[in-house]
Design a protein around this ligand. Structure first.
Ligand SMILES: [Zn+2]
Length: 270
């Protein structure tokens, strides 16, 4: 019994050492848009391909909304946010008709899906901008690639070769890293670190795009009240109310972006 525990502890220790060692010294360490050093070994080109392939499957699996007003609102808000992020992806924004799914996602390469079930919680354009800001931030910060790299390193795989979606023996790992459960539609939550980072950077994008960042604070309060299955944007951690508080604390530092964006838009309207 005692020996078994020791052996397991040792094994975990070795794996941890490997991961820490790799992320400290290796090849794969790079700085993401948030300024944080991240361990990423999957080439960006490959992530873009995987993201596009997964998105094609998501579009097949889900019914696209036929509400033209909603489609144009989601696209318009999405483009404002994407522009504010400064990232040149082949962005796509699509609402999916699923009134019971309180969720949204963004796949690598900027493929954003919004389920109609989240609309009663997002309520306003600014609320939707808060959700899309968060999702866009996940993609710009390359959280999917980081998650995939960590998973591969744990399995001792240091190069991914030319993996294609659907045919690889790492299919489950790939889909999980993209945030997709074995059955599509089940979105897996990111880590606490990734969630907080997406909240923080997403709030900046939202403000820069001209949406009132204070609406993100009230959005998360509403999220906290809806008690069903936690969607990707909420996840189980950090607690939605704590997120709301963290965002509220960040408001003073992002108001300058919001005011500048509003001024610019007023000038444009003249
Ligand atoms: Zn998230």
């Amino acid at each position: 019994m005692f020996k078994k525990i020791e052996k397991n502890t040792l094994r975990v220790g070795i794996v941890l050492l490997l991961v820490v060692g790799l992320s400290t010294f290796a090849v794969g360490c790079l700085t993401t848009a948030s300024g944080r050093r991240a361990f990423i070994i999957v080439p960006q080109g490959q992530m873009l391909t995987l993201g596009a392939q997964a998105y094609a499957q998501m579009r097949k699996k889900n019914r696209r909304s036929s509400n033209t007003q909603l489609v144009s609102a989601v696209r318009r808000i999405g483009w404002h946010i994407a522009k504010a992020s400064g990232k040149k992806y082949k962005w796509e924004f699509e609402p999916f008709d699923a009134p019971k799914t309180v969720n949204a996602f963004c796949l690598p390469g900027g493929k954003v899906g919004v389920y109609t079930g989240i609309l009663p919680i997002s309520r306003t354009n600014a609320g939707l901008a808060a959700i899309m800001g968060h999702e866009v931030a996940h993609a710009v910060l390359r959280h999917g690639a980081e998650r995939m790299s960590q998973q591969l390193a744990l399995k001792g795989v240091m190069t991914l070769g030319s993996v294609v979606f659907g045919s690889s023996k790492y299919k489950g790992l790939i889909m999980g890293s993209l945030g997709l459960g074995a059955k599509f539609g089940v979105l897996l939550p990111y880590s606490r670190k990734h969630e907080s980072e997406a909240d923080r950077i997403g709030l900046i994008y939202m403000a820069k795009a001209g949406y009132n960042p204070r609406e993100a604070v009230t959005l998360w309060q509403r999220m906290a009240k809806q008690g069903k299955t936690p969607p990707e944007v909420i996840s189980t951690h950090p607690n939605p109310l704590n997120r709301s508080k963290a965002l509220a604390a960040q408001i003073p530092s992002v108001m300058k972006y919001y005011r500048a964006a509003r001024r610019q838009k007023t000038v444009m309207l003249r």
